[in-house]
Design a protein around this ligand. Sequence first.
Ligand code: SF4
Length: 336
Amino acid sequence: MGILLDVRDLHTSFFIEAGEVEAVRGLTFHVNEGEIVALVGESGCGKSVTAMSIMRLVPSPGKVTRGEIIFDGRDLLELSEREMEQVRGNEIGMVFQDPMTSLNPVLNVRTQIVEAILAHNDVSSREAEERAIELLKLVQIPSPERRLKSFPHELSGGMRQRVLIAMTLACNPKLVIADEPTTALDVTIQAQIIDLLLELNKKLGMSIMLITHDLGVVAGMAMRVAVMYAGRLVELGNSRDIYYHAQHPYTKGLLKSVPRLDADEKRKLAVIDGQPPDLLDPPPGCAFAPRCELAMDICTQKMPELTDVSSGHQAACWLKERRVREDIRVGTGGDS
Ligand code: SF4
């Protein structure tokens, strides 16, 4: 399995009157071919800005200030706007939280999907219509021929999301970036859309970068999970590492806030107290320190780097370093 997307030391800032807001601060991660990677964190942690940076759609006054975004062997930051348009349409597709913002309310489903197909494939209108029906079937829309005549407002939220996914698939993307694709939907429909994305990943082999604030959504779906806090990666591992062996107090906090089916109904969901730091003036040490019950002196002074917990599992937390030091001390004591 080769690497499809390789993000290296990405920095993205917004330059406002008050100064530079560092929304993404040195992010490094990759997505393999055919892999599903989830980027998880609270709103404002930089996950959507990361997606916008990859698509080169960071709105003004934002700007990628440093780093590389290697996609399929090319650095997207080096491409001309014209080349980037090709990548956006044909190689990377995006699915957003609110399909209404991506669908045109005055055009029916047929026109929108057929236009997307014609824009990216050398086919006749008739072939495009046949392909549109195939795509609607693929995203499990019942009576696709009838649905082609519907306007977005005539569809439920779940149906609209399926139509948008079908439009994204029209260009056979190698990577789909799904930004909070289920947040606006109710729980049952959320599960259906997640199942659909999983099935499409298996059937079509496309990679998926799933962006979400909810670790519950990625359970059982993402192969690897990257947890972001205040513009940086704080933990990265496969689903098992994150769900059963989380190291970072922030990841543990996110896990406690996920509703569990086996939990006592009266059990209250935990919330992480406090607010993320102001990225106009990021703290010198661990950005999570003001909210962390386990913070030590060093946490407010020095930023912890992402280091290995085990193979493929990394965390950025001074507690881990302290545990290692204690283990060494215990080991030394035993030997003497
Ligand atoms: Fe908490 Fe310190 Fe770890 Fe940050 S580095 S998460 S403040 S223990």
